[in-house]
Design a binder for this molecule. Structure first.
Ligand code: GLU
Length: 308
């Protein structure tokens, strides 16, 4: 398949529509300043072939896409013990909802809603991990130095009242072990990591290669990041819980494990074949990138690639 031509055609077709529908997230003030008319797409195959088009080299705030990598790091460290503290079911509620937490005694439904990702941050902090470790992990996976957008991190900390409420609420049930301010600092900083589509597609490469380090296809021995079993589990969670309360719609229309963020980025996995990253900052009502979702739909229609 000529992936370079495919992503080029998708960018040609969609870029003119960037910013025409949906809205850039404004509840984090620093994100509101991102121009809505951007669109980027990139992919990385298991053999190390890469292709990108549009604004694929422009860095953006990865936001909740970071939850895939923090989940991976926590599973690497403590394995199935994580599931005593966070569930694995879709929530069917907005990503920052407090409602379900009360009836479920402070245990978040899954690691991709904010409450679940805050618990994962608590686990990592308890193991002595910091946001710098996540930055190092992502830099290692994509083979380029990535960093944190300090303006976004400060903006999140300033306005993260709901996340603070979630953390305090869970603490009241005994669900958070460490100091709340330190846990939230890690969480806000991981969300503020900035990367471009090429880097993200490459970094997520372990998810389509049974856990192999994405750069191992370039030669040179590199230890696998995680094992095959763990990769399958992360993919399953992405498929069922990765796109806010639109996971059913994503499974129906795209049929790939995906994880989105309010910065407008989405990563998608075609197991044993490739990983994709798309970015366009304007979001639909569910918080997913409006044009990013369209791009993924177009990609699967054109290539016939799907897990189904
Ligand atoms: N930092 C964002 C928040 O906690 C992440 C939201 C997202 O991308 O889903 O609100």
């Amino acid at each position: 398949m000529n992936f370079a031509a495919i992503v080029h055609d998708i960018a040609e077709a969609l870029r003119p529509q960037a910013g025409q529908q949906g809205h850039v997230a404004t509840y984090i003030p620093a994100l509101a300043r991102v121009p809505a008319d951007r669109f980027g797409i990139a992919l990385h195959t298991v053999d190390g072939i890469e292709a990108g088009a549009g604004d694929c080299d422009m860095a953006f705030s990865i936001q909740s896409v970071s939850k895939v990598f923090s989940l991976t790091m926590s599973l690497q460290a403590i394995g199935d013990a994580l599931w005593q503290r966070v569930g694995r079911e879709p929530s069917g509620n907005p990503f920052n909802s407090l409602v379900q937490l009360e009836s479920e005694h402070g245990k978040p439904r899954n690691p991709f809603i904010n409450a679940g990702a805050i618990v994962v941050a608590d686990v990592l902090l308890g193991l002595g991990r910091t946001s710098a470790d996540l930055v190092a992990m992502l830099s290692d996976l994509c083979g380029e130095a990535v960093d944190i957008d300090e303006e976004v991190a400060a903006s999140e900390a300033e306005t993260g009242f709901r996340n603070r409420a979630l953390a305090n609420f869970m603490k009241s049930f005994g669900g958070i072990e460490n100091d709340i301010a330190a846990v939230l600092d890690l969480y806000f900083r991981q969300c503020s990591i900035r990367m471009n589509c090429r880097q993200l597609a490459r970094a997520a490469g372990y998810l389509c290669s049974d856990g192999a380090h994405p750069l191992s296809s370039r030669g040179g021995a590199r230890p696998a990041l995680v094992n095959e079993r763990l990769t399958r589990r992360v993919n399953a969670l992405m498929l069922t819980c990765g796109t806010y309360d639109m996971a059913g719609e994503f499974a129906y229309r795209i049929g790939l494990p995906c994880k989105s963020g309010v910065g407008g980025g989405i990563i998608a996995v075609v197991p044993d074949r490739l990983t994709l990253a798309v970015w366009s900052p304007a979001l639909d009502e569910s918080g997913n990138s409006w044009l990013g979702m369209k791009a993924l739909e177009m990609f699967v229609a054109r290539t016939g690639l799907s897990v189904f």
